[in-house]
Design a binder for this molecule. Structure first.
Ligand code: FAD
Length: 204
């Protein structure tokens, strides 16, 4: 295993692999990702994979919009399946308070440039006919939401990162940070020390 890297990413879940992919895309060549087990063996493996873009934070929503755009092309780019299905996201209201929350959400969505339509109970039922319409007073639909297979997306990002020059080492556990003048200058692993300029902690 190499003993130095400009950027060291700790953790091979979706956050670590996505960061590696985007660093490679931005032209950063000396990137090493270490994962103590197998890629996507942490929380990422357990995730349901729902991709709902509307969040209270503008930046998180922007990131999720970027994710959706990326998932549309990642499979073709890497040849690795992602399981991305843009089926849309349905939100339901059974109380006036919840309906009000959805209306506010629709205003926020518009200001974020995200498509979101308010629905009558019948329109919600038309979209999801197997539910019981009892108590539903309305809903909202975000047509660009969807779901993906989190492990497959992570593997596709890892493939894209490797294609862009990132090195990924599995079975390497970081056990200690090495400090000089209160700055991290390296890590100690079960496979030896690695000297680094920047450490990115994506260990879950
Ligand atoms: C049941 C469940 C359902 C979920 N559903 C959704 C959903 O529908 N939609 C959604 O957006 N999110 C969902 N999430 C949340 C989502 O899974 C997490 O936000 C995401 O997977 C976090 O990714 P991560 O890369 O930060 O962490 P992880 O996937 O946990 O990756 C961290 C990696 O770091 C490695 N690691 C840890 N310590 C070290 C070390 N010392 N040295 C080297 N490697 C190390 C681990 O082995 C692991 O592989 C769900 C989570 C759970 C548990």
């Amino acid at each position: 295993m190499q003993d130095r890297a400009q950027v060291l990413i700790i953790g091979g879940g979706i956050v670590g692999c996505s960061t590696a992919y985007h660093l490679a895309k931005s032209g950063c060549r000396d990137v090493l990702l270490v994962e103590k087990g197998e890629l996507t063996s942490g929380s990422t493996w357990h995730a349901a994979g729902l991709v709902g873009q509307l969040r209270s934070s503008r930046n998180v929503t922007r990131m999720l919009k970027h994710s959706v755009e990326l998932y549309e092309s990642l499979e073709a780019e890497t040849g690795q399946a992602t399981g991305w299905k843009q089926v849309g996201g349905l939100r339901l209201a059974c109380s006036e308070e919840r309906m009000q929350e959805l209306r506010k959400g629709a205003t926020t969505a518009r200001s974020f440039g995200l498509e979101m339509h308010m629905l009558s109970p019948q329109e919600a039922l038309d979209l999801f006919p197997i539910m019981s319409p009892k108590d539903i007073i309305g809903g909202a639909f975000l047509p660009t939401d969807g779901y993906a297979d989190p492990s497959s997306v992570t593997r596709a990002l890892a493939k894209g990162a490797r294609d862009g020059g990132v090195t990924i080492e599995r079975g390497v556990r970081v056990e200690e940070f090495l400090l000089k003048d209160r700055r991290v200058t390296g890590v100690r692993t079960n496979q030896g020390d690695i000297e680094v300029e920047t450490v990115l902690l994506a260990a879950g």
